[in-house]
Write a protein of this length. Structure first.
Length: 238
């Protein structure tokens, strides 16, 4: 997989949303079935938007192996890059690619406001699948050419539910649903009809050395469109 190119995404994002449709992707036996995307779709009622993807295997059945430390910790993710402006969610406007993600990472918890596993401790839930908004930007130092944008909390804009890590990451607390072959998430986004999107399954890695970005996209399992061209359109429900 060649590095994903930010310029191509932003160019495609300007294309008219007249041809609203889902994204269909053929199964690939060389890829892990849990991350092999076969279809992606999105819809909105004007207030809430639902993003979903279908995979060849069981969605969410593979998680990173814990290593017991933050540096080098892996993240598995089901991701929907969009052409929504990051300012829509509360990040700095025009600061990168706004993407919705369902992630799991057993070595750290980045949702301090929420207790996903219901055990009374909101700080031990990283291994459970949960939701994020992130802003992606180009990064040559990362294996897939992208990173979650580095920020300075208190200087750069962050949503109210952000965990205040030094990256453009929001933890909105919306519960994802992984059921059989489907991964889906519903989030509040006003007037999302016609928004362009794609679907990606990817691996990220935490780095604390200062020599590479804090959170890199290190590998891509699959891209629904094949080229991250954001051909999908969020459909307005009848």
């Amino acid at each position: 997989m060649k590095p994903l190119v930010l310029a191509a995404v932003l160019t495609t994002a300007a294309v008219s949303g007249a041809a609203a449709h889902d994204i269909v992707s053929g199964a690939d036996t060389t890829k892990s079935p849990a991350f092999d995307i076969t279809m992606a779709t999105a819809s909105t009622d004007g207030r809430l938007a639902t993003f979903a993807m279908e995979v060849a295997g069981i969605a969410g059945s593979e998680k990173p192996v814990p290593i017991g430390k933050l540096t080098g910790a892996k993240v598995e993710a089901y991701v929907w890059p969009t052409n929504l402006d990051p300012g829509t969610i509360g990040f700095d406007p025009e600061s990168g690619i706004l993407a919705l993600a369902i992630t799991a990472h057993p070595d750290f918890d980045d949702t301090p406001l929420y207790d996903e596993n219901g055990d009374g401790n909101p700080a031990n839930d990283g291994a459970d699948w949960h939701s994020h908004w992130v802003v992606l930007v180009e990064a040559e130092a990362c294996g897939a050419g992208l990173k979650v944008r580095d920020v300075s909390p208190g200087v750069d804009l962050l949503p109210a539910t952000a965990p205040y890590f030094p990256i453009a990451l929001d933890s909105p607390g919306m519960s994802p649903i992984l059921d059989g072959r489907i991964a889906r998430i519903t989030v509040p986004v006003a007037e999302a009809g016609g928004v362009s999107f794609d679907a990606v399954t990817a691996e990220l890695q935490v780095n604390e050395t200062g020599e590479v970005p804090l959170l890199c996209v290190t590998g891509v399992h699959d891209v629904a469109s094949g080229d991250l061209s954001l051909p999908g359109r969020v459909m307005l429900e009848d």
